[in-house]
Write a protein that binds this ligand. Structure first.
Ligand SMILES: [Zn+2]
Length: 257
């Protein structure tokens, strides 16, 4: 697990994860993205501690064809995925907060936390995290799954959307389901959450029980939606996604009913 405490500023060696605009460098054994005991380049950004040794991120300019981050998330462990998700979000934050959003002055990174600070006006910019709900709507044993026009052909998934300013999480579940498929839901229960660093979402997973089966799709965000039995699902999202974990958890729970 990543220990979320920044190594001292004079530490210049330890684990390193290397990103460029295309993807993430494989470690020398090809098995993951974390390389052990290497000298950090001058621009390295400290992330924390991994197995009690300091870990940093290096953003590199080269155009080497490293595998995209999504491919890595499909094959590395959940613990290593957490480091990768952190590295991706810290890299976006560092890139996007070089100047103060309030007064335009150049910012500087603080040594002891993830904060870009403006000396001119005092504003601090922290890594942005965008909370989203993701929900599997059920009716008895059946699951409501939908496809977005952006999905690979045949792929269906759970419903998801951003939480709006001032909105409670449970209200966002009810609103998104109503907006996207026109279905009213009764009981809503929390499942678990997952960081989704594209670029900075925090997915909060819920089960939602529909009070009726009639579907009315919006035709924009959703290209099709339908009820599926646990025994005959369509093509589903990859197993590391919280969407798939919601679906698999429900299918296991109703398998003996
Ligand atoms: Zn400022």
């Amino acid at each position: 697990m990543l220990r979320r405490e920044l190594p001292p500023a004079d530490v210049r060696r330890g684990w390193l994860i290397r990103l460029n605009a295309q993807g993430v460098a494989p470690s020398s054994d090809g098995q993951g993205v974390l390389e052990r005991d290497v000298a950090w380049p001058p621009q390295a950004l400290r992330l924390g501690f991994w197995h009690d040794e300091p870990v940093a991120l290096s953003i590199e300019a080269g155009g080497e064809a490293w595998p995209p981050a999504r491919d890595w998330l499909a094959q590395i462990s959940p613990a290593e995925s957490e480091v990768l998700a952190t590295a991706l979000q810290v890299s976006h934050w560092e890139r996007d907060h070089r100047f103060c959003g309030r007064c335009g002055h150049p910012t500087q990174r603080l040594a002891h936390e993830f904060a870009m600070s403006c000396e001119q006006c005092g504003l601090r910019a922290y890594p942005r995290i965008s909370p989203c709900i993701i929900t599997l709507v059920t009716f008895g044993r059946d699951m409501l799954l939908a496809r977005s026009p952006r999905f690979p052909p045949q792929r269906y998934s759970t419903l998801a959307g951003f939480i709006e300013p001032g909105e409670a999480v449970e209200s966002a579940v009810r609103r998104e389901v109503m907006e996207e498929v026109g279905v009213e839901v009764g009981r809503v229960s929390f499942f678990k959450s997952q960081s989704w660093p594209f670029p900075h979402s925090l997915m909060m997973g819920f089960f939602a029980e529909a009070t009726s089966r009639r579907i009315r799709i919006d035709g924009h965000e959703i290209a099709d939606a339908a009820w599926f039995t646990p025994e005959n699902p369509p093509e589903l999202p990859p197993s590391y996604s919280i969407s798939r974990q919601l679906i698999d958890t429900h299918r296991r729970a109703v398998a003996t009913r």
